[in-house]
Write a protein that binds this ligand. Sequence first.
Ligand code: NFS
Ligand code: SF4
Length: 678
Amino acid sequence: MPRFRDTSLQNSKPSVDRKNRIKEPKNIMRTVDPAALEILEYTKENNIITAFDRWSAQQPQCAFGYQGICCRICFAGPCRIKGVEGPGSMGICGARDYTIVARNAIRMMAGGCSAHSDHGRELVEVLYHLAEGHAPDYEVRDPDKLRRVAKKIGLEIEGKSDLDLAKEVAEVAFEDYGRHTSEGCKFLKANICEKRIKKYEETDTMPRAIDREVVEVMHRTHVGVDADPVNLIFGGIKCSLADVTGEHISTDISDILFGTPKPVMSEANLGVIDPDKVNIIVHGHNPVLSQMVVDTARELEEEAKAAGAKGIGISGICCTGNEVLMRNGVPIATSYMAQELAIATGAIDVMVVDVQCIMPGLRNVCECFNTKLVTTMSISKIPGSYHFSFEDSKAKKSAEAIIRLAIEAYKDRKNTGRPVRIPQFKNKLMAGFSLEALLDLFAAINPDNPIKVLTDAIINGEIAGVCALAGCNNLEAVYEKNHTEIVKELAKNNVFMVGTGCVMQAAAKHGLLNYEAVEKYAGPGLKRFIDRLYEANKDKLSDKLPLAFHMGSCVDNSRILDLWTEMANALNVDVPKVPFVATAPEGMSEKAVAIGTWVVASGIPCHVGAMPPLEGSNLVWSVVTCIAHDVFGGYFILETDPQEAAKKLLAALEYRAWKLKVHMKAAEEYGTELCQAF
Ligand code: NFS
Ligand code: SF4
């Protein structure tokens, strides 16, 4: 671990111990979101069960599972680590706490990698089918991005048509899923700096192919294979680097097919729902579905009006919501933990879902309000819901059928006079900051070297560094409390923030993604920086810039990887020297575990604000919080208290910025190479 000025922050342990972490487990009002609180009052009065009730019912949770020392890998088990000595200190097969914790953790990484990269594969297939003429409802909307991506992964682009090139890009991507040799994934190597490539090769963590690394994790964690915790964790790192490969493929191809995001205005929170519209919520992750629903809705607007509605109101939840927000300005209804509460407004006609982060509990709430729940993917069905199979050869037809179902449901809702209750809370937001869009803002100040606008601001002390905000909701933390407190605290301390996923939905809902938030919360340096960016770009922006920059869905964390890679290259250092940190204030999913791991392996300190199941092994704990730094330059900060977490993130940034400046000064004074130590 690096050495901080405030040595009390040196401690790798969280400030609150396990027993004191959860306050008032029987109180279900675990949120700072006023809209969610209002609906929770209603669900409580009417005995409608949501995740908030189920969380409370699960307390206290099993301490073995919580700490990661429950093993169910074979059915001789379950085995639990019951003490420090004797036969009870091991599983039946002799697996120790460190083996069990490490195995469980890397299986989570494999789960995350599978989800992200299968989502990516879906997009590669659409691109390939499009090139072959079998996906007529899709098109290449950003041919420039297609060419940039093709060039980056080493393809010759001259004299080729868009469709020919699309096919070649798809083929390279397919190869990244199933290569038999070991030269490493192309979509990873093309997007990281040379020094990181070398690091991954030296530590045997360079993924060969995405599918292969997932399979390898499943193999090495089978009963009686890998028992060495460090070896297991390195296997997990390799799989997590395969995860970011899949994420990068997802982002690149989404941009090629649907357009690279540009700054866009919108709104967030349940107040965006208009009861007099045909209301459709898109929920899940894949823009292949949600973008088609958005495009088709525009065409069917008249049908909705003929049914007596003001029009079609689409809003989003989770990352597919982020996808259509980024590209079309579709408003955000809410984030993961409040998905059922959106239904409980009574105003939703159809919720259409694809994959990931869709609570099975939705179905019962939909039942109470006659909302139609529509699943679309063969691998993701929910008993009792409608299923409209969504294949790329007939995507538009499915989208039309879904929208017409919503129009019928709307008529029904109006005829039965079903009451609706929509909390009147919403906030204005600006999103749409792809890396391209961000660099474009910087280019207005420094056209020759845009990224230097950001790195110079750090070197001259105007801003403290950059923090990436990412991840989910977890009721161990009070819903959206960690998110909002950390954003405000970092803003006050002049940290430039970018982000993705549900944390950005929290920020948007709480009014932190607009300029009013800059005036309210930004420290003087950060405010000056954001104002300067706006002044240089005013002609092309419809509003002033926000406090934090929304870069998209969770797979778009690949954009954040690109950002620190640009910064590292501009500063002529490896990533661990860049004043950059990351936080998942309310992490929860396996995907978040994979992301956190590749963030750390990239050389970035990464905070997680809900406790992952690691506390059962001091050895594994010290590897991820301390030793990781020595090898990769990044490390986990596991801290459940948001104020303490902000302090630890700020200390990490301060340390990095200080060290970088000292080394730069020394190199200048003595005419030597810039020291690469981190
Ligand atoms: Ni990310 Fe997005 Fe949200 Fe978490 Fe789920 S929606 S992919 S996993 S909960 S941020
Ligand atoms: Fe128990 Fe070992 Fe089987 Fe795990 S793999 S359940 S520790 S016997």
